[in-house]
Design a protein around this ligand. Sequence first.
Ligand code: LLP
Length: 387
Amino acid sequence: MTTIFPVEKFSGIETPFYYYDVELLRRTLDKALEEAGKYDGFHVHYAIKANFNPQLLEIIKSSGMGADCVSGGEVRAAINAGIDPGKVVFAGVGKTDKEIAYSLDAGIFCFNVESVPEAEAIERLAAERNVKVQVAIRVNPNVGAHTHSNITTGLAENKFGVNYEQLDEVIDIIEGLEHLELIGLHFHIGSQILVMDDFIALCGRINELQELLHETRNLVLPHINVGGGLGIRYDAPDKYPIPDFELYFSTYANNLKLFPGQQVHFELGRSIVAQCGSLITRATYIKHGTCKKFIIVDAGMNDLIRPAMYDAYHRIENLTSDKADGLYDVVGPICESSDVFCKERRIPETERGDILAIRSAGAYGEAMAFGYNCRELPKAVLSTELE
Ligand code: LLP
């Protein structure tokens, strides 16, 4: 059998667990930074929400990337990993006083503000500390994205950001707050986007807005944050282990009109960590239903919720069988009918005890795991631990 996994080393490890290929993570980080580095003023922040495993954060930190956080816990995870607070941005529609206070005390680079009451809360807490804090306004660009409706964020109907119509008023209010310094605009249209036209549409909206702010208010802000969203090839992880960062960054370089000296920030999550991670699981039973064959594995939707939540496709490989294919539904042990990893998939004939890999699970896999049915959270094993 040819497989990229050290299967013989897996046999002694209790399943399910996340397996991370450290070498691939490093190559992915290098490539992302190499491509971004071709353009002056491009900065990459890793979106911690995709995977906050401390061992991975350690590797990501050593690449020099900053961090994009969406909770006080994520800011803490970034700082605990040793990421420079001066490279940490904090977005999210519901920042609590406690989270804001912690991030102010940590001295993060910028708060991406999503509403007026939030700006006022930051002002109050900054005033108490007598500090001036850098903020960007998260703008809702009303740009669609070719992705699952649960992971679009930049449409008028979504809860994120400030609408164009309200932007002038929000800028006035923020400029009137003594302890806030408006340094940028933030956007994010969604996730798992492979159609570059979506990013081009976002660039168009940003360009229009920048021109408008320049003409009407003589305002040019030094930082433009375009969010994340670059997708990965779930269908072919071995053929496309590293996303097309060259195309992604050049799309922005070619379509975003910048004023002199403006810095551009990216918040990439999935494209950095998805392909290096797989959920490794064992077939507990093979069950013949009325009209189907089930592989019941020891991983469940609590370990990887993406198929149940977004109908997400993940390749599934049997690492210990190379028999002829059978047609299977791969399901977990959780007491929910949606605990299904795939339906009617061709997979080599599988027996009880076989080891399976659910691929491309490094992003929003371990990070979204939960303990339903009193299950233990999945463990993580790094390839470097098995050398
Ligand atoms: N910046 C902001 C403001 C975000 O909301 C997100 C993701 C990112 C950056 C990173 O996006 P990425 O580069 O990873 O596409 N759990 C879902 C994905 C949710 C994405 C949420 N926001 C999934 O498993 O597909």
